[in-house]
Design a binder for this molecule. Structure first.
Ligand code: SF4
Ligand code: SF4
Length: 197
């Protein structure tokens, strides 16, 4: 595993994150089994995407028990989890690792702690902003906003591909707003309200 350094200042105290995490864990059946991990590594060995994670499933459990939740939230691992449940099925201690990953994702969203310039969050935010504005996706705007956020240099390199798509009618030049966009906005507003509780 490549050594990882964190330059971002702590957004929340570790104690606050731990309290929120264990609150999340309460909603997982047998979530307290997390404390029984024997660090055997079966979860990491079973995980199809551990090779691209900066902290593996086994390391995530160790970090949790060491009180380093913020390190996990700032890593890419929880967002790369494919929810395949291989780790959960094979864990000899019957730890619900996949559910733990979901709990960590919910916590990251709640506390707004993400790895810097991480594509999944940047793409998700650009997509939701588009849908809020137009009531549907606007692919050109999505691509431009996403690339500006994660890799501005790639934007120029993608121009040829975008033009080719437009010339074949596969990519609209201008956004189209749906008739009942207010109804879509009301749904998103309500979802945001629920997420804040
Ligand atoms: S498989 Fe289970 S016991 Fe083994 S390291 Fe992973 S979480 Fe811990
Ligand atoms: S559920 Fe996630 S962490 Fe577990 S093995 Fe699958 S991808 Fe890896």
């Amino acid at each position: 595993m490549a050594e990882k350094t964190f330059t971002e200042p702590a957004v929340k105290t570790e104690a606050e994150l731990r309290a929120s995490f264990w609150q999340q864990v309460k909603s997982i059946p047998h979530g307290e089994k997390l404390k029984e991990c024997i660090q055997c590594g079966t979860c990491t060995g079973s995980c199809p995407v551990s090779y691209i994670m900066d902290t593996t499933p086994r390391q995530n459990v160790a970090l949790l028990r060491a009180g380093r939740i913020e390190d996990i939230l700032q890593s890419r691992s929880i967002w790369l989890c494919a929810s395949c449940y291989s780790c959960t099925v094979r864990c000899p201690a019957e730890i619900k690792i996949t559910d733990m990953m979901y709990a960590l994702k919910r916590l990251a969203m709640e506390k707004k702690i993400y790895p810097e310039k991480f594509p999944v969050y940047a793409l998700s935010k650009a997509f939701i902003d588009n849908v809020y504005k137009y009531g549907r996706n606007y692919e050109m705007g999505l691509g431009i906003r996403y690339l500006l956020k994660v890799s501005p240099l790639k934007l120029a390199g993608s121009a040829g591909f975008g033009i080719a798509m437009m010339s074949r009618g596969r990519l609209g030049v201008l956004p189209k707003t749906i008739k009942k966009v207010d109804e879509v906005r009301a749904i998103i507003d309500r979802a945001k309200q629920l997420g804040e509780h």
